[in-house]
Every structure is written in structure tokens, then in C-alpha cells.
Design a protein around this ligand. Structure first.
Ligand code: ADP
Length: 545
């Protein structure tokens, strides 16, 4: 017997329809590439999204055609989130920090038809425009007054102006209804090895993920929030915040290209931001700026930090110095991205602050909808609540079942997706990521978790950034080598730093050596590129060898 409830497909357009109807006057504020602060409302954004949907149809974009963006976080990018996906096409958000060769590769692989770009990326567009094979139109996301000169425009085939496309349409457009399993957006993983692979989200997976992301023990968003997504809209749909904001009616503040500490801080204060989200490296810049200028956050209460391990020292700095609660979260492109979020359980409320920090340093509990397990080398499920870590497997309705165009074959093992992360899970279900499997250090057959070592190093007041990699060792096979960037002006020796590990970790986990460097290479999403460090130090001779 079937239930007798309405059959309504879960569609992305429903977010903007809801926001327009129930939160029409709530603001969306953007720092624009043009240099000013732009203000709009859900009402206007909804109308402009419909106009842009008509403009796309006029350009010949049809169901499931791919439309690419190379853009910062801003209202025009958000209009495209709805215009493209809402009309049944697929939004392909390209990471502009990728190498031009990679951009050409993924635009071709995705068979992008139209490519929208912020003016910042004009030189990049000039470099790739004549090399891409399927893009029929390039659209500069600006008005006529800010369009490139005729000379520059001549270097880009079929260059169009965003505001002119918009002006040519009215907003009389009804969002179409279609199967909720239709593809909605496409994101390529950064592909530290091999070519990037496409992760193709559906309307259904995106809507279900947004419900779960907004929950109190996930991102906990409401109409009363003012959300500033630092995490780029080209990085896994900005962790779903452009959807969650519409769903809840929160005010949105988009930072555009201004991701330095000063620009971010100004927006936090002027717009009354209550909640933000980003990778640890961004927060480092913000914290450094706020500390150096003796500033305080007057409205910011919470921030989610994920994408790579958030050092416990950062959670503490935010909490103790600024009264900002850090929500540590874990996920990946293949998971839309949210897998776990770290909030306390009722039983933790009686703990001391110190003990609570220890819980908050973990990556957190699975959000409803994500099922997880850890397995050993033989693929056998391991118990929770032990100190041993295993390979982390996940499954759920917003987790990948196969890469775009079946690149790389079937990624699943018995219906589970192997995340490539190594983790332990405690008796309460809190996950602690100890490594990416390709970063694991194998010393005498035993695993050493590089993230644990980095977290300890990062707690030293003189350390700005630390990466721990495996270095070759004749006896142990591999031993940990710590690569460290000191804070500006700070003094620190190898021995002082190694002494700092004493008592904090099993003695045999202590790194064998420390190398001080000026900078650690960061990837396109702001994460440390340990593969580059491994290459750089592949012949490093450890003093213990
Ligand atoms: P890429 O880094 O290849 O761009 P993702 O952005 O999807 O791809 O990154 C996902 C990976 O980032 C995870 O598999 C995990 O290794 C790492 N990661 C994400 N969040 C955390 C976290 N809170 N702690 C530790 N590692 C994390």
C-alpha cells in the first residue's frame, strides 16, 4: 500500500521560490569585483534568476546542458545557481585557481556550452577561450560600462555581457518541473593525482543535503543568521550555503575577491555577520589580522571550519580570545560535501572547558543521512571506540555512486564509498580523521597520523603552519618529517619544537626532524599540498637514518 501524500519532486528552484515568498526583503550583500558593495534582496534575486533562465534558453541552453562559471562569491553567481540548475541545466563551477591546462581539460570534459566569468578572470579566459572545444559563448559577469575594450574583446570568441543578457528578458518565467534525479551541478575534484574527476549532483541529493546541513547539530542556520560564506561557490557549492540561506531566509554576505583578513573583517562588522564558513588557511589570515590590530568580533558567534583538519589551537583561539564557537566539520566533494559536524552531546555539557575542547577538536558525528564505518586492510569492519584507525567508508543519498562519464570505473565497494581518509571513531560516534590514506606515514609497519603531529606543532606559539610527511628511513621504512613555517619574527629551533612534543604523544610518533621553510604550497582550495612537499624532500636524509 502506498502512502497518500503528494508527489513533488525535490527541485533546487523550490529554494528560491520559498525565499522570494517568505523572505522577500531579506538582503544579499556582495563585495563586487567592480569595487563597490552591492545590495539586493531575495525578491530581486529571484526575479533576476528567472530572467537569466530565459536568457539561457535564448542562448540555446537546454535540459542537462552544462553551463560553467569562473566566479567569486557574489549575487550574480547565486543568480546562476538558480537560473542554471532551476531551469534544468547543469551548473559546472570551475575552480579559477586551477592551471589553465586543467581548466581547458575539464571544460572540454564537461562539454560546457556557455562559460560565465568574473572580470578578475579575464586574463584566464583569454588564455583558455580559443582552446576550449565546446563553449559557444563567454559571458562577462558585469555591465556594459565595465566590459573589456574592443581590442581585448576581439581575443574572446562570442563575448557577451551579463547585464545586457539580463536586460533583454522579463521575469515572467515558471520554473519547470522534472524528475528530481536530474543532474543539477557538477564539481571536479582537485585531482592531486591524475586528471580531475567530475562529481555530478542531482536536485534530489542537493535538496536532501541542504535539509541535513541546516539542522541544529549541523550548520544550525535560521532566518536570524547573517551568513558569510568564505568557502568559494566553486568549492562544492559553497558547502550548500547558497541553498541553506534560501531555505531558512538568512541574510547572505558575499566577500567577492576580498579574502584577506582586513576585507573580511570589515564585512563581518559592517554587515553584522553571525556565521561564517571556510578552510583553516583562510581563518589564519583573519585571526592574524584581528590579533595584530587588537580587534574584536561584535556579532560573529559561530564559524564552521573544514576542508582540512582544523588545528585545536585555532578552535581555542577563536573561543577564548573572541568568543566565537568553531564548528569543526568534515566532508568531501564526493559527499556534497557534508559528512560530519562536531557539536557536543548533552552528556558533554557537564565537562570542563578543557575536556570540551578535546571533543570539539574531532571532526564530529555523522549528520543524519550519512552512514559510516571504518574497515581494516582486509575490508573487515572495525569496532568503534578503539584507538586503532581504519579506512573510512560512507554511504547515503548525497554520496557519489560514480564519477561523471564513469571516469575511473566503479568507485564503490559493496555499496560503500571509500573516502580515502583514515579515521578512528569513538564510542559516541565522533570521527577523528588521522590522515588521508595517501599521506599516512608507515613506520615499522605501524601507522602514524600526520594530522595529530601537525596539530601539536600548530599549537606552538611560534608556528604559523606545519605539514608532516613521510621521509624514507632505512630501518623503519618511513619516519615523520615536519615541515614548518614560523610566524613572522618568531624564533624557534628544531630542538625546541621537538621538545614541545614530549608528553603529548607516544614517543615513537615524535618527528625525526624539522625543516623550516618560507611557505608550504597550497592547492586550489587552500589546502596544504603534501604531495608537492614529498616530491621536494624525497631525497631528504634524516639525521636518524
Ligand atoms: P580536494 O581536497 O581534493 O579538493 P575535497 O575538497 O573534496 O577535495 O577534500 C576532501 C578531503 O579533505 C577529505 O577527504 C579529507 O581528507 C579532507 N578534509 C576535509 N575536511 C576535513 C577535516 N575537518 N579534517 C581533516 N581532513 C578534512
Amino acid at each position: 500500500m502506498n502512502g497518500q501524500m503528494m508527489q513533488q519532486p525535490l527541485l533546487i528552484s523550490s529554494f528560491i521560490v520559498h525565499a522570494e515568498r517568505h523572505h522577500a526583503e531579506r538582503e544579499i550583500v556582495s563585495r563586487r569585483v567592480e569595487g563597490d558593495i552591492h545590495r539586493t534582496t531575495y525578491k530581486e534575486l529571484a526575479a533576476r534568476s528567472r530572467r537569466m533562465a530565459k536568457a539561457l534558453a535564448a542562448l540555446g541552453v537546454g535540459l542537462s546542458d552544462r553551463v560553467a562559471t569562473l566566479a567569486w562569491n557574489g549575487y550574480r553567481h547565486m543568480e546562476l545557481y538558480y537560473a542554471v540548475s532551476g531551469s534544468g541545466a547543469v551548473l559546472h563551477t570551475i575552480n579559477p585557481r586551477l592551471h589553465p591546462d586543467q581548466i581547458v581539460y575539464i571544460a572540454d570534459h564537461a562539454e560546457d556550452q556557455v562559460l560565465f566569468f568574473d572580470m578578475t578572470f579575464l586574463p584566464l579566459i583569454q588564455a583558455v577561450a580559443r582552446r576550449t572545444r565546446t563553449v559557444r559563448h563567454f559571458v562577462a559577469m558585469t555591465d556594459r560600462a565595465h566590459m573589456p575594450s574592443a581590442e581585448v574583446a576581439a581575443t574572446i570568441p562570442n563575448l557577451l555581457c551579463y547585464e545586457e543578457l539580463m536586460a533583454a528578458q522579463d521575469d515572467r518565467y515558471a520554473w519547470p518541473s522534472f524528475d528530481e534525479n536530474t543532474a543539477s551541478s557538477l564539481c571536479y575534484t582537485s585531482g592531486t593525482t591524475g586528471n580531475p574527476k567530475g562529481v555530478l549532483y542531482s536536485h534530489r541529493s542537493t535538496v536532501l543535503h541542504a535539509y541535513a546541513a541546516a539542522l541544529p547539530d549541523s550548520l544550525n542556520c535560521s532566518e536570524r543568521d547573517v551568513i558569510l560564506p568564505v568557502v568559494p561557490m566553486f568549492h562544492v557549492n559553497a558547502w550548500s550555503l547558497p541553498y541553506v540561506a534560501c531555505m531558512t531566509g538568512a541574510k547572505l554576505v558575499y566577500p567577492g575577491a576580498g579574502l584577506d583578513g582586513k576585507s573580511l573583517y570589515e564585512l563581518f562588522e559592517s554587515e553584522g555577520v553571525t556565521f561564517s564558513a571556510g578552510v583553516p588557511t583562510v581563518w589564519q589570515g583573519l585571526l592574524a589580522y584581528v590579533e595584530a590590530n587588537h580587534l574584536k568580533f561584535s556579532t560573529m558567534k559561530r564559524t564552521v571550519i573544514g576542508g582540512s583538519a582544523c588545528p585545536p589551537a585555532m578552535i581555542r583561539a577563536f573561543g577564548e580570545k573572541f568568543g566565537v564557537n568553531v564548528l569543526h566539520a568534515w566532508g568531501m566533494t564526493e559527499m556534497s560535501p557534508l559528512g560530519t559536524a562536531c557539536t557536543l552531546k548533552a552528556k558533554h555539557l557537564a565537562l570542563t572547558q578543557e575536556e570540551r575542547y578535546a571533543v570539539m577538536a574531532k571532526q564530529g558525528r555523522a549528520v543524519y543521512g550519512v552512514d559510516m564505518k571504518i574497515v581494516d586492510d582486509q575490508g573487515a569492519e572495525m569496532p568503534w571506540g578503539s584507538e586503532t584507525s581504519g579506512d573510512l567508508y560512507v554511504r547515503g543519498p548525497w554520496i557519489i555512486s560514480g564519477y561523471f562519464k564513469n571516469e575511473g570505473g566503479d568507485p564503490l565497494v559493496d555499496g560503500w564509498f571509500p573516502t580515502g581518509d583514515v579515521a578512528r571513531i569513538d564510542a559516541d560516534g565522533y570521527v577523528q580523521i588521522t590522515d588521508r590514506s595517501k599521506d599516512v606515514i608507515k613506520s615499522g609497519g605501524e601507522w602514524i597520523g600526520s594530522i595529530d603531529l601537525e596539530n601539536i606543532a600548530m599549537a606552538h606559539p611560534a608556528v604559523a603552519m606545519a605539514a608532516c610527511i613521510a621521509a624514507k628511513h632505512p630501518k623503519w621504512d618511513e619516519r615523520p618529517l615536519l615541515v614548518v613555517v614560523k610566524k613572522p619574527g618568531a624564533e624557534l629551533t628544531r630542538d625546541e619544537l621537538l621538545a614541545f612534543f614530549e608528553g603529548k604523544i607516544a614517543k615513537w610518533w615524535t618527528p625525526d626532524d624539522v625543516i623550516f621553510v618560507d611557505a608550504i604550497p597550497l592547492g586550489a582550495t587552500g589546502k596544504m599540498q603534501k604531495n608537492k612537499l614529498r616530491d621536494q624532500f624525497k631525497d631528504y636524509h634524516l639525521p636518524t637514518a
